[in-house]
Design a protein around this ligand. Sequence first.
Ligand SMILES: NC(=O)c1ccc[n+]([C@@H]2O[C@H](COP(=O)([O-])OP(=O)(O)OC[C@H]3O[C@@H](n4cnc5c(N)ncnc54)[C@H](OP(=O)(O)O)[C@@H]3O)[C@@H](O)[C@H]2O)c1
Length: 317
Amino acid sequence: MTRIGTSDLNVFPLSLGGNVFGWTADRDASFAVLDAFTAGGGDFIDTADAYSAWVPGNSGGESETIIGEWLASRKPQNVVVATKVSQHPDFKGLAAANVRKAAEASLARLGVDAIDLYYAHFDDETVPLEETVGAFGQLVTDGLVKNIAVSNYTGDRIREWIEIAERTGVALPVAVQPHYNLVHRNEVEETIIPVAEEFDLGLVPYYSLASGFLTGKYRSTDAAGHESPRAQGAAKYATDAGLRIIDALEEIGQAHGASIAATSLAWLRAQPTVAAPIASARTVEQVPDLLAGARLELTADEVQTLNAVSEWTPTHA
Ligand SMILES: NC(=O)c1ccc[n+]([C@@H]2O[C@H](COP(=O)([O-])OP(=O)(O)OC[C@H]3O[C@@H](n4cnc5c(N)ncnc54)[C@H](OP(=O)(O)O)[C@@H]3O)[C@@H](O)[C@H]2O)c1
């Protein structure tokens, strides 16, 4: 188990990504993935109010609704659900009144009394940060939200958020969710991890598997032959440099009887401040690799080998 920052959230060190629910996993497939994840010891689920509004016919909130129905049906003990605000088509941005309405809508879809971990999904510079920080603080004061967090914020804006929260005496963020994995390192390591270290924030990386590239199933930058809507985004990493990372993961994984996917998740867990990488599974068959990634411990030499082979990663790759 791992503690998220200074919070009292003590979770399984791998968070199940919820953007597949209502997208590439229908309700039954989503229930099966959630069942397999929790049966294997998982207890931390990541979603957002906007998932999966981009799918034709959807309007946003589908993932939260599926998770809510699953919670009502299974009544699991101690499952931690994180969700996010600012991207739902009906609740865009981070103005105070919108944050309140969006949180209430998320609570209704999830069917819970309080949100365990509530993220500002993307920064909204059209609203004074003081207003947003106050709105999140009020949600905690009123008991709608237990812990707050930020996603896709720059290091400077996270500092600003914390400075405002300290000055105005409202709840501080406990976690930060950036795009971070073996093929997307520099920006996070240079600008976000130092802030997380300074303020005791738990890092909860997303795209932990680089949309599937870090499972080793993409060996060419040509996505042809892969049906997943994630294929284009994943295959682009299959350059010579990217495939050297896959080869190193494969060799290190073999020494542990672990898959490439599990080994790449274990590398993330070994990075400073990382509490729990997020990865999604479209099918039950994909879940065991995620669970294994939460348990595999790499040696310092193995982490160093992976650091070295992935050092080329350009900022914003
Ligand atoms: N904060 C943000 O702005 C933000 C942005 C994006 C995502 N997220 C969060 O992060 C989560 C993860 O992101 P993601 O799902 O886009 O990327 P990801 O975790 O990097 O990739 C997951 C995908 O890899 C494939 N996969 C997983 N396990 C596998 C296995 N064992 N073998 C082969 N393929 C496997 C599956 O896709 P296929 O089967 O289709 O190949 C799966 O959906 C999301 O669900 C969401 O909760 C947050």
